[in-house]
Design a protein around this ligand. Structure first.
Ligand SMILES: Cc1cc2nc3c(=O)[nH]c(=O)nc-3n(C[C@H](O)[C@H](O)[C@H](O)COP(=O)(O)OP(=O)(O)OC[C@H]3O[C@@H](n4cnc5c(N)ncnc54)[C@H](O)[C@@H]3O)c2cc1C
Length: 423
């Protein structure tokens, strides 16, 4: 079958690779000049089944409201965005109710676990290298209350097979000596041994090269302007380089997906949530953390990727605004380095490269996968803060759906149909 994939981020490229393995004739269209130029370019690098809670926890919503307009807060709601968030925001609040939140955490965890297996499979099949590490991930805590709360979520995800170990301070330091300088502030940590890390951009570009060698065509610098219907199905795509046609179309356009789907009458409850990262060269520095770290208090992550330390964080409801505010980058760098005093003393902050991008966040948390009311349009969208983690699992699941195979992953709670049900 001839398939057009819209979007060459980690999701679209991995999907294209999987579809090619099934023998389809695949073309990826992307407006950028390289793969992984947007949301997948410089993310936190974590492949984690341990961090699958949707963002609309009641506590996060309280913090979001308390911090409206505050430039230095990790969660930022810009007042100008309020009119665009009214309907979606009501849904976001509704899904923060504990029974929805627990259910969606389970759905995300199931997908993340499957995805981790599929990422390992791709690694084994291709030998692809992407500054990957299999050292687990550690979440650190400065208050007993925060640790106890996170332990409850860890117990929930443990029911689905996510192993974890609660560590006291000496155990935390034994696992990650780079935290020694803040030992007096810490109350403990949770270690997730099965989580991994790696550079999503390297993965995407290298998998793209392999896919290209196997016959996938990448049409870059090609903006999809609209999907044109005839008889209820997509007849062709209108692009900046002319018309493109296929038997089947996969929408994997990250934060832009709702803009392309809406004219077809397909409403995708996704909003862009901006995040920032900084990549610091750390070769030769002392006190570089070996194990990726999540600092729950400051909501920043730190991941060693080859000779760089990737620091990522902040969630900003700012619409489709890609601008990089240096002040926000500086804040995440300082918050991250406040955990790593030894590194903070030796690293050159001025050599950091900064990045900002939009996470495609669904109203309830899990991504949206599979069929739509338009018979030849499939979705692989809305992976939010977990798109790197979910990429391989979503790609395999989508290939199962397109081929009419029974998906190896249970799709309950992952399809567009869930929004039609009022449960
Ligand atoms: C700061 C930050 C940290 C993060 N950390 C992590 C992490 O540690 N672990 C994790 O799992 N996830 C993380 N994420 C989330 C993850 O990066 C995203 O979910 C993921 O990259 C989304 O991939 P995607 O392919 O759906 O979107 P993108 O990578 O944005 O790809 C979409 C592509 O579609 C193209 N496109 C859009 N519209 C059109 C159009 N009309 N025509 C042609 N092309 C189009 C774009 O050019 C783009 O290349 C993080 C995100 C951010 C912002």
């Amino acid at each position: 079958m001839k398939v057009l994939v819209i979007g060459g981020g980690v999701i679209g490229t991995t999907t294209a690779w999987c579809l090619r393995q099934d023998g389809h004739e695949v073309t990826v269209l992307d407006r950028a000049s390289t793969l992984a130029a947007e949301g997948s370019f410089a993310n936190g690098g974590m492949l984690h089944a341990s961090h699958t809670e949707p963002w609309n926890t009641p506590a996060a919503i309280r913090q979001l409201l308390r911090w409206v307009g505050r430039e230095n807060s990790p969660l930022l709601l810009r007042l100008s965005q309020l009119p665009h968030l009214i309907g979606w925001g009501m849904g976001f609040l509704r899904y923060s109710q504990p029974h929805y939140h627990r259910r969606n955490t389970r759905i995300n965890t199931r997908l993340a676990r499957y995805s981790q297996q599929m990422t390992r499979l791709i690694r084994k099949q291709t030998g692809i290298r992407y500054d990957e590490a299999q050292r687990g991930i550690i979440k650190i805590f400065r208050s007993r209350r925060e640790l106890d709360k996170a332990a409850l979520t860890a117990a929930l995800t443990a029911e689905l097979g996510v192993r974890h170990k609660i560590l006291d301070v000496p155990e935390t330091l034994a696992l990650e000596p780079a935290l020694l300088g803040i030992c007096k502030e810490l109350v403990g940590a949770i270690y997730y041994p099965d989580d991994e890390s790696g550079d999503a951009c390297l993965f995407t570009r290298r998998l793209g090269e392999l896919a290209q060698r196997q016959g996938v065509c990448f049409e870059l610098r090609t903006q999809v302007q609209s999907m044109e219907l005839k008889g209820g199905s997509i007849h062709h795509l209108l692009t900046s380089r002319g018309i493109r046609q296929a038997d089947c179309y996969v929408l994997a356009a990250g934060a832009d997906a709702p803009l392309l789907a809406e004219p077809l009458g397909i409403h995708l409850p996704i909003r862009p949530v901006k995040g920032y990262s900084a990549s610091l060269p750390v070769s030769g520095c002392s006190g570089v953390p070996r194990v990726p770290i999540i600092d729950e208090r400051h909501k920043v992550v730190m991941t060693q990727l080859g000779e760089r330390l990737r620091i990522a964080g902040t969630a900003e409801f700012a619409g489709y605004d890609y601008s990089i505010r240096t002040q926000r980058v500086r804040i995440i760098i300082e918050q991250a380095l406040s955990n790593l005093p030894q590194l903070a003393a030796s690293v050159d902050r001025d050599s950091a490269s900064s990045w900002a991008c939009l996470r495609p966040l669904t109203v309830d948390g899990p991504p949206i996968l599979g069929r739509t009311p338009v018979p030849n349009l499939l979705l692989n969208v809305g992976s939010g803060h977990l798109g790197w983690t979910f990429a391989a699992g979503c790609a395999y699941a989508l290939a199962d759906i397109l081929n009419g195979r029974r998906p190896a992953l249970d799709l309950d709670g992952l399809t567009l149909a869930r929004y039609a049900r009022c449960n």
